[in-house]
Design a protein around this ligand. Sequence first.
Ligand SMILES: [Zn+2]
Length: 262
Amino acid sequence: MRYPSDREIEEAKDYIRQRLQAEKSMGRNLRTAMLRAAERIISISHKYGIPPKMFRFSLDLNLKHEVEAVISDLRATIEDYTSTLSVATHNDKEEEILAYITRNSYGKTFGERNAIYANRYKYELEAAIAASMLAGTSKAATLQLISKNLEHPYDNPDFIEAVKAGDMNATRIRTDSISYGIGRTNSSFTALRNLTVFAVAEGWMKYWYLSGTEKGAKGFITFRSSSFPCQTCDEYAMRTHPMSDPYPPLHNNCVCGMAFIY
Ligand SMILES: [Zn+2]
């Protein structure tokens, strides 16, 4: 058995630094794409002249279709960014990487989760737009409020005021398909960021794993690149692993790396 040399550990660490750049880029691009969709939907919504208290996308079939088209576009864009950043420059293994990140995991595929969260975003936008209409907020300021509250859409001051005013169709928080339990992701942006950033990390680690396999690795060790307290990753890093063991990322925001044993 040959354990990783210092140089090999350094290479593995450098790889994690590059992976983190791709993850950050994913988060930035996601935010931009979501706000671009919001801007389009605000503009569409104002064309129909629906009274704020009654406002729902579904109130007018054309409005509903126009909004659905933007959301569908957003889903495709998110999928596109995620694939691009997961594969990065590792085109020789593109097929394996994409198969890995889109596999069924805990009962759902990437595409299914993307659709659920994008749909949740649609309802967040509906509530924010109706609330801002009621407050008489301009389109540009509506977008700014959505942007500022992307991580916590129901802290939007227009939304809070609209709920106080009561009797609005769009601001009744829907309980279908939304879980607001303690510790659960409470915005579609956070859910989508977790989903896509994790997929990017997985894509990079799949490539690293395949490279190790091709070089004849018999096992691996993991190391942590974050000082965030995590018992799972601490314990994982203290053992050697056969190639058949799960490899990082072990959970959302896991920045562990791996070096191979030959
Ligand atoms: Zn970790």
